[in-house]
Design a protein around this ligand. Structure first.
Ligand code: HPA
Length: 246
């Protein structure tokens, strides 16, 4: 059976309903992961869980040690990663509360440790990243969202920005012209590192605000927190369904 790991983003620093059996403090050649890897049962199945920003939430998106996080999950036995990400909506259909299972990524981040092939130049590997996400995992997420009656898009382009500030209206307009449908700060380099480690990876994105300039008001943390609070029940139900059936 495939060993699944869930990477919880903002609003999901712990997985309610996860019966934790033990926690693994994994040391990696890249430093410490954001938190211990929790090993437990969710939806009647063994699963690994890691809080991307730490538990409690400690690391801003540009400070997350993505290399250590993915390495720790691989070390703990993960084969397939379900990443949960809060995002801003760019495409008109991506309103607050909408889910998106993106099929493509554009990376606008900079200065992050983004590869395992940095030091040992004799073994540089140029991974294929034409299709950044696992189609199998995407299909599982899409089927679960449909079964849960969620509003969702089974496609979309995730634009990954550096943060921690939100974007300007002109930046979002440029991203829209580039073809981005949603914007978030944590989608990269996570997806590419998973591919470098040969881990299947897909993203369950929850829209928590209209991106800059996509509504008549400015973006507030209160609005984002409310949307996270409202959407987390559906996130957990969707993940639970994937695990029960996957
Ligand atoms: N921009 C970038 N990241 C985000 C946003 C946003 O509007 N909302 C949640 N994460």
């Amino acid at each position: 059976m495939t060993v699944y790991a869930i990477i919880g983003g903002t609003g999901l620093t712990q997985l309610e309903g996860l019966e934790i059996r033990h926690s693994l403090s994994v040391s990696t050649p890249y430093g410490a992961p954001s938190a211990d890897v929790q090993v437990g049962y969710f939806a009647g199945r063994e699963v690994l869980f890691l809080a991307r920003h730490g538990h409690p939430h400690r690391f801003a998106p540009h400070k997350v040690n993505y290399r250590a996080n993915l390495w720790a999950l691989k070390q703990a036995g993960a084969q397939a990663i379900l990443a949960v990400n809060a995002v801003g909506g760019i495409h008109p259909v991506m309103g607050t509360g909408h889910f998106c299972v993106p099929e493509q990524i554009i990376d606008y981040t900079s200065g992050r440790e983004h590869t395992y092939f940095a030091e040992d130049l004799e073994h540089v590997t140029h991974i294929d990243f034409s299709y950044p996400y696992s189609e199998t995992l995407r299909a599982q997420l899409i089927a679960a969202l449909a079964a849960e009656g969620c509003e969702y898009s089974p496609f979309g382009v995730y634009g990954a920005t550096q943060g921690p500030r939100l974007e300007s209206v002109a930046e979002i307009n440029r991203m829209e012209r580039d073809g981005c449908d949603i914007v978030g700060m944590t989608g990269m380099p996570e997806a590419a590192l998973a591919r470098e480690l040969d881990l299947a990876y897909a993203c369950l994105a929850l829209v928590v605000n209209p991106a800059a300039g996509k509504s008549t008001s400015v973006i507030t943390m209160a609005e984002i927190e409310q949307a996270l609070h409202n959407g987390m029940g559906k996130v957990k139900a969707t993940l639970s369904r994937v695990l029960a059936q996957g």
